[in-house]
Design a protein around this ligand. Structure first.
Ligand code: NDP
Ligand code: HSE
Length: 438
């Protein structure tokens, strides 16, 4: 029986600092819950001089990564450097040394997770990644354990704190996109490469991890339709408000006759829906299970302490498994390897939904009927039209809300509409709508 569990931490940045702070400052509580102390024995970072505002005991912080990976006394290694290559090497090397690993690295898991999970299963060690989706929200354990008895009907979530922060600032503070992004970066929410946040790639990574766990299937991220928030303007946010709706970057997964629909894009949702109330860096994930019905998880999706909370919860879980010799009790992907079945990700053009279209058109008689004609020709039914004011001969926004229509038809119609050069002055903005037909 071990008298303590030793931890090695690689990467003392935003999340690493939060994690170290929790391990050090909540040491007594954690020891009481686990039954024995968790000792933060080594921390490795490229930078060993910057003051992170936490009291790291002498001799713990160094830049000696090989020393940490080969230290036989270390039981659990936490990877918090981010990125693909070095992070993957750290995890696979640690696993090869028989060490358990914990990570917040959704990019790595979404793209190379199968390699990491297979190596861990072979080695009989645990992989914790609660922090990889939803920051401090315990969604991974909910999918793998709490909701495990359910067939997952759908998962719809606000999965990126930075994008939600930007959209919230644009709505509430009328801020420009770039100012809101700079603030999110300063607060430590954004990825090292913030295009991952803005272009929906970070949400894609998180959705892919959840689909993997919920449906017991490997996911090829290239098959998941992904669109970011860069084309959303203050005008769209304002029109959405007038329509009683809010723009959110959503990750959506739904099961259909054996296929899974999985997509990430800016989405219009009713102002009264619970997800519309989720502001700033907060994330929320709405899961529907066939037995449990609706479950909603809400919390801070990024930042040092919320994410550190999830990282440390994994460390504690693994420490408990080590003590009870129960490692591997829950397979990393929730399903034993021989029970995982590849499921088709339904291509986007096969989906149907409602659409908000903003056409920038010349304000003159007959323009609306020309555009409506193209939509009608492709079987797209118009639900409502909004054009405010009168600026004869000038370019004005024409907002069209459609009934449910097929993505393939809408894309074909928009190509035609965008080619009507005498009528349409710039490419039409399309935002998909997520709700029941009203
Ligand atoms: P940071 O960039 O703040 O921290 C990464 C740290 O790792 C830096 O201190 C960096 O040093 C160090 N580092 C880089 N390469 C090495 C190396 N080879 N050896 C040792 N140290 C190294 O990133 P975050 O803390 O924000 O993110 C870490 C992980 O957590 C990422 O996978 C991210 O996606 C994930 N995550 C982040 C969240 C957040 O809110 N920030 C939330 C959820 C997940 P240096 O700065 O000198 O390069
Ligand atoms: N950059 C991510 C976000 C961090 O903004 O949500 C949390 O995964």
């Amino acid at each position: 029986m071990k008298s303590q569990i030793n931890i090695g931490l690689v990467g003392l940045g935003t999340v690493g600092t939060g994690t170290a702070k929790i391990l050090l400052e909540n040491r007594d509580l954690i020891a009481r819950r686990v039954g024995i102390p968790l000792e933060l024995k080594r921390i490795v970072d490229l930078d060993v001089t910057t003051d992170r505002g936490i009291a790291i005991p002498d001799g713990v912080l160094s830049s000696d990564l090989p020393g940490l990976l080969t230290d036989p006394s270390i039981d659990i290694i936490i990877e918090l450097i981010g990125g693909y290559d070095t992070a993957k090497r750290v995890m696979l090397d640690a696993i090869a040394q028989g060490k358990h690993v914990v990570t917040a690295n959704k990019a790595l898991l979404a793209v190379h997770g199968e390699d990491v999970f297979a190596a861990a299963t072979r080695a009989g060690v645990d992989v914790g990644f609660e922090a990889s989706v939803g920051g401090g929200i315990p969604i991974i354990r909910s999918l793998t354990e709490g909701l495990a008895a359910n067939r997952c009907v759908s998962i719809v979530g606000i999965l990126n704190g930075t994008a939600n922060y930007i959209l919230t600032q644009m709505l509430k503070e009328k801020q420009e996109f770039t100012d809101a992004l700079a603030q999110a970066q300063a607060k430590g929410y954004a990825e090292a490469d913030p295009t991952f946040d803005i272009q929906g790639i970070d949400s894609l990574h998180k959705l892919a991890i959840m689909v993997n766990l919920a449906y017991g299937t490997p996911v090829n991220v290239k098959e998941v339709f992904t669109e970011g928030i860069a084309q959303i303007t203050a005008l769209d946010i304002q029109y959405a408000s007038e329509l009683g709706m809010t723009v959110k970057l959503l990750g959506i997964a739904k099961v259909h006759d054996g296929d899974v629909e999985a997509r990430v894009h800016p989405t219009l949702i009713d102002n009264h829906s619970p997800l519309a109330q989720v502001h700033g860096v907060y994330n929320a994930i709405h899961v529907v299970g066939d037995a449990v019905g609706d479950v909603m998880l809400y919390g801070q999706g990024a930042g040092a302490m919320p994410t550190g909370s999830a990282v440390v919860s994994d460390v504690m879980d693994i420490a408990r498994n080590i003590q009870r010799q129960a490692c591997g009790r829950v397979p990393p992907t929730s399903f034993p390897e021989n029970q995982r079945i590849p499921i088709r990700i339904r291509p986007m053009e096969e989906l149907t939904t409602r659409y908000y279209l903003r056409c920038m058109v010349v304000d003159r008689p007959g323009v609306l009927s020309q555009i409506a004609g193209v939509l009608g020709h492709h079987g797209i039914s118009i639900m409502s039209v909004l054009q405010q004011g009168r600026q004869e001969g000038q370019t004005v926004p024409l907002i069209i809300m459609t009934h449910r229509a097929s993505e393939r038809s809408v894309q074909t119609a928009l190509k035609e509409i965008n080619q009507m050069a005498s009528v349409v002055s710039q490419p039409t903005t399309l935002i998909r709508v997520e709700d029941e037909e009203r």
